[in-house]
Design a binder for this molecule. Structure first.
Ligand code: FAD
Length: 526
């Protein structure tokens, strides 16, 4: 058995290593066009920020160590340039010499990953404009920040406020580089719903990082003083020393497509649950493939490290004769900006709406752990579920303390097909430094169950002002809060006065209660 793997990082190396553990006799050859294999791309921003000081810590393996431990034939600087599925060969180019040769296979795994999207804008090939995908990209960006030419970058522009863009911006800030983030959406972290990201946007701005939302880069040019000038679609200009393009990635499919491998509707390599393509003995895994989503219809591109590693492993299992399937993806992801954390799993409200999937949602604002124990703050947790049977569909969470734990619990609950009712019963670890006797997850379950059982009816900011027509709007917060801001037309009836006041109300007039975090208005409505 001879297994050839194209691409030697997450999916490719998982595939090769798993294949070796299943088949001691197989000949396993990995071709990687870059200079490094099996490196930690997720750690790249943190070396730029000097958080991970030692560059070598990102280089998890070398061809030599992989030969020693797993007897893998790993060849860096070797690019697969074509695949002939009939002859069962790949053509490989040695990048140093230009020499080409054909390598035969019994099974081949295509794991070429994805390429950063480089918008075709005037001046985009300026030497101080970079993407961040490989060790070489990191080295080039870090050299500019370090000022190896004697002029450390003082100012940077990051295009894109997704996970990678934010991590790069945080690390630039950490290095004292004045940073502007430009994002074409009207919010950061587009995979999260808008109301979850606003607090983090304020927090980022409070740290002195500029956010330019709802605008895009239009062109790049050299300013008279030699700096880089970024022109935005809102007609603003920014002069800077360095630009990082973090505007998303596109699956690398050129070689597969040229060989007759079918692509899916989202442009990724189409695979079945065994990670098989349409061509015999041709498998694919990682950022280059599209796979079924756990909640949303049709295949999805989910360029994340976890799915890539697991898909590589599944490909190897099937290559080696096992019958293993890859479950679906749910896009569980997380990012931190300074002390603040944002994460999501499953589908968000925007995706459910676009897919026409009915949903209900609850939002709660509990503390990460017991409020009386130091070191916590309120989080904003949003959970989406089926309005009929309560099946969980997705969740997003933003806060300072315990966000990762809640996202992981919800990711597991969604994967297990649990309902919003089930969240009430989850018995989660609790002592004051870690959680609450009624964990935020339980709280979301309580509120969701109340909603489905009709114990409370919710109205949302997006329904204002329509939902208030013909209704009394009751602000149940305290008078001081009311004085700072309130909805036009609202009456201020603080919660403690409600019980007595409501005795004389005309019950035929509908009420719309509100407060700050939906808790006091819930009590008032009961
Ligand atoms: P890759 O890891 O990109 O590996 C593909 C390899 O194939 C590349 O090394 C490429 O050089 C090689 N290759 C391509 N074409 C050829 C060819 N023709 N011949 C030979 N070799 C070829 N994900 C998370 O889940 N969490 C994170 O925190 C996170 N942070 C990230 C931070 C950064 C800066 C980056 C860039 C990515 C991050 N990711 C994160 C995404 C994650 O790294 C990817 O989802 C994952 O690496 C995909 O694995 P892959 O094997 O499909 O592709």
């Amino acid at each position: 058995m001879k297994i050839v793997v194209d691409g030697g990082v997450a999916a490719g190396m998982s595939c090769a290593a798993r294949a070796r553990r299943l088949d001691e006799q197989a000949e396993i050859v990995v071709f990687e066009r870059a200079k490094h294999v099996s490196f930690a791309n997720c750690g790249l921003p943190y070396h730029i920020g000097d958080v991970i000081k030692d560059r070598d810590r990102l280089l998890l393996q070398t061809p030599e160590s992989l030969d020693e431990s797993l007897a893998l034939d790993v060849r860096t600087g070797h690019e697969v340039v074509s695949l002939d599925a009939q002859a069962k060969t790949v053509t490989v180019r040695v990048l140093d010499t230009g020499e080409e040769f054909a390598e035969s296979y019994d099974a081949v795994a295509l794991c070429p990953g994805a390429a950063p999207f480089v918008p075709p804008l005037p001046g985009v090939d300026h030497p101080n404009i970079h993407v961040l995908r490989r060790i070489g990209d990191m080295d080039a960006i870090k050299a500019l920040v370090d000022g190896t030419d004697g002029h450390p970058a003082k100012h940077a522009v990051v295009i894109g406020a997704g996970y990678i863009g934010l991590e790069v911006a945080e690390n630039f800030h950490h290095r004292g580089v004045e940073t502007v983030i430009v994002e074409m959406a009207d919010q950061i972290i587009p995979p999260l719903d808008r109301e979850l990201t606003t607090q983090m946007e304020s927090y980022i701005r409070a740290h002195g990082v500029t956010l330019q939302l709802g605008t895009q880069a239009a062109a790049f040019s050299e300013a008279p003083d030699g700096r880089l000038r970024v022109e935005l679609t809102n007609n603003a200009f920014i002069e800077t020393d360095l630009v990082v393009l973090a505007a998303g990635v596109r699956p690398s499919t050129e070689i597969a497509a040229a060989a007759g491998v079918e692509l899916g509707p989202r442009g990724g390599i189409a695979v079945d649950q065994h990670m098989r393509t349409n061509l015999p003995d041709v498998y694919a895994a990682g950022d280059a493939v599209e796979v079924e989503h756990l909640i949303l219809p049709g295949p999805y591109l989910v360029p994340l490290a976890g799915p890539a590693n697991r898909q590589g492993r599944v490909a190897a299992e099937n290559i080696c004769g096992r019958d293993t399937t890859f479950g679906k993806v749910q896009g569980t992801s997380i990012v931190k900006m300074f002390d603040m954390v944002a994460g999501g799993t499953g589908a968000n409200q925007k995706q459910l709406t676009a897919a026409g999937i009915p949903f209900d949602r609850v939002q709660v604002h509990p503390s990460g752990h017991a409020g009386y124990y130091p070191g916590t703050a309120k989080m904003h947790l949003k959970v989406l579920f089926d309005p009929e049977d309560g099946r969980l569909l997705g969740a997003g969470c933003v806060g300072f303390d315990g966000v990762d734990k809640r996202i992981d619990v919800l990711a597991t609950a969604i994967r297990a097909g649990m309902t919003i009712y089930d969240l009430q019963d989850l018995e989660l670890a609790y002592a004051p430094p870690f959680g609450s006797a009624k964990d935020p997850i339980n709280m979301a379950g309580f509120v969701g169950s109340n909603l489905l059982k009709g114990d409370v009816a919710l109205w949302y900011p997006s329904e204002y002002p329509g939902a208030t027509e013909g209704a009394r709007i009751i602000d149940v917060r305290g008078p001081e809060e009311f004085a700072v801001w309130h909805l036009p037309g609202a009456e201020n009836l603080p919660l403690p006065t409600n019980r007595e006041a409501c005795g004389s109300w005309d019950t035929s007039v509908p009420l719309r209660d509100y407060c700050a975090e939906r808790f006091r208005s819930y009590l008032a409505s009961r």
